[in-house]
Design a protein around this ligand. Structure first.
Ligand code: PHE
Length: 491
């Protein structure tokens, strides 16, 4: 592994980089607000079950697919079956689209970290509506990602992850402890977070937990295939997957310990009324938490800075993985140098992020009734991500077949142990079926929100499937017969 120019130097480096991809806004922001919105502790339990039952299995598939090919997702799927190399195109398109809106949100977090000492309560509306400022901070955020990805897998991504991930963990632990020590209201917050009320659990909640698990683990978006391709045969598939899932889940759970006590403390002290439905989207992170910090005086300002610095780190290591997915393909298929590929792709991402940022700030730029940020997010996460994760499972569970897949793993010296029979059964039947359910129910809710037909929902769904069709077409026209490269092609 270490002889290769462009692979991870160590197993730990791989795990930290993959954890860096997984730990992102989804953990620190998405998880707490969804927990708030979908019923508290019961949601948390379902989420953990989803990580264990479907997340881990899919992650093993993705790392395995990338690693056996030592190549980008298109070549990796082609190696399994050339007719289905287009699965790989999807695995590259999705992160490309995510990067364009994720960078805007990354820019928000940089702004909030930088502005912590001035006080962030009330910053959100003013900031978001200022297209120039949003664009500036998006650019700063993207510049950070460029800096790391340009330095390569070993010299950039691995090195950065080894410093940033422990830093993130310490900051998060500190924030959670601080929050737990706030006194009044803390117990109430913990009760909401930890005492399950299963009456609150319905289909929507379970669906949300499954979707959240996939998003949070960076599955169905090429990232794990690509990082997997940079590992050698020696490191353990099961152990690495276990560690990545554990780290990701721990960070999400700790984020809950940082957020809920503080939220309920604020509620108790200020007598503020929370309407959980108001906690949707950007409100929790960019409006409510800043108010909570503000109420704590100078200490609150320091905590705010440390908190948002941590969020910047989380978002940065995620966007790095998104950029790397697209970058790897451009380097290998078109024989670009890494510097050229990163510069070009970052520029495209930045150009697209400008209208996305302006639209998110309330300007009248909308697609199917949504601002562009929500549109990109819905197209990728609700419609396309499950499709891509489904393909990863099908490629291993049906195209190769569990026996052949497990046989190959074991020939490479993998010890699967008790995971072996579970994996073989899950990957063939349970996991793909559950992912299919996420897709069908997700699309159904989009097209028939609250049971009523929505033309916009249909438009969004068709755009997403249209993109899928274009990806497949491009594959059959340009990539199927030509050499799509491997990691060895990076100069
Ligand atoms: N897992 C990241 C998060 O939780 C998001 C992400 C998805 C990053 C896919 C990279 C690839 O925020």
């Amino acid at each position: 592994m270490d002889k290769k120019k462009n692979g991870f130097a160590s197993g730990l480096g791989f795990v930290l980089a993959a954890a860096g991809s997984a730990v992102g806004l989804g953990n620190l922001w998405g998880f707490p607000y969804k927990t708030q919105e979908y019923g508290g502790a019961a949601f948390v339990l379902v989420y953990i079950a989803c990580v264990l039952l479907i997340g881990a299995v899919t992650m093993v598939c993705e790392i395995f697919i990338g690693r056996r090919a030592q190549a980008n997702p298109v070549t990796a799927f082609k190696n399994i079956n050339p007719k289905f190399g287009w699965f790989g195109v999807l695995a590259i398109l999705i992160p490309g689209f995510i990067a364009c809106y994720y960078s805007v949100l990354g820019g928000y977090t940089v702004r909030f970290a930088a502005n912590s000492f001035n006080g962030n309560a009330g910053t959100m509306d003013e900031f978001a509506a200022n297209g120039w400022l949003v664009t500036l901070f998006t650019a700063i955020f993207i510049a950070g990602a460029i800096f790391v990805v340009m330095a390569g897998v070993k010299g950039g991504i691995e090195k950065a992850s080894k410093v940033l991930m422990p830093a993130l963990f310490i900051l998060l632990l500190g924030t959670a402890i601080f929050s737990l020590c706030l006194g009044e209201g803390v117990a109430e917050g913990l009760e909401f977070y930890l005492k399950p009320d299963f009456k609150k659990l319905g289909g929507t909640e379970i669906l949300a937990a499954m979707g959240q698990a996939f998003y949070s683990l960076s599955l169905g978006m090429g990232a794990m295939i690509v990082y997997g391709s940079y590992t050698g045969k020696k490191i353990s598939l099961v152990k690495s997957t276990g560690m990545i899932c554990l780290f990701d889940t721990m960070v999400a759970l700790l984020a809950g310990f940082a957020v809920f006590p503080a939220l309920y403390h604020y509620k108790a002290v200020e007598g503020a009324a929370f309407d959980p439905s108001e906690m949707k989207g950007s409100t929790l992170m960019f409006k409510t938490l800043p108010m909570v910090f503000e109420s704590l005086g100078i200490v609150g300002k320091i905590v705010s800075f440390l908190f948002f610095a941590m969020v910047v780190i989380a978002a940065l290591t995620s966007v790095i993985s998104l950029l790397e997915v697209v970058c790897q393909f451009v380097i290998q298929k078109f024989r670009f140098s890494r510097k050229k590929a990163v510069a070009l792709l970052a520029l495209i991402c930045f150009a697209i992020s400008i209208p996305v940022g302006i639209s998110a700030g309330g300007a009248d730029v909308k697609l199917f009734g949504m601002d562009l940020l929500t549109f990109f997010d819905t197209v990728t996460n609700t419609v396309l991500m499950p499709v891509c994760a489904f393909f990863s499972c099908i490629a291993v569970g049906w195209m190769m077949g569990p026996k052949k897949a497990v046989g190959e793993m074991e020939r490479d010296g993998q010890k699967l142990g008790f995971f072996r029979p579970i994996f073989m059964f899950m990957v063939k039947y349970v996991t793909p079926l559950l992912i299919l359910a996420i897709e069908i129910l997700g699309v159904y809710e989009l097209v028939f929100p609250e049971g009523k037909f929505s033309g916009n929902g249909l438009g969004i769904t068709l755009s997403a499937y249209g993109l899928l069709a274009v990806g497949a077409l491009v594959y059959f026209l340009f990539f199927k017969k030509s050499d799509t490269g491997t990691n060895a092609d990076e100069k």
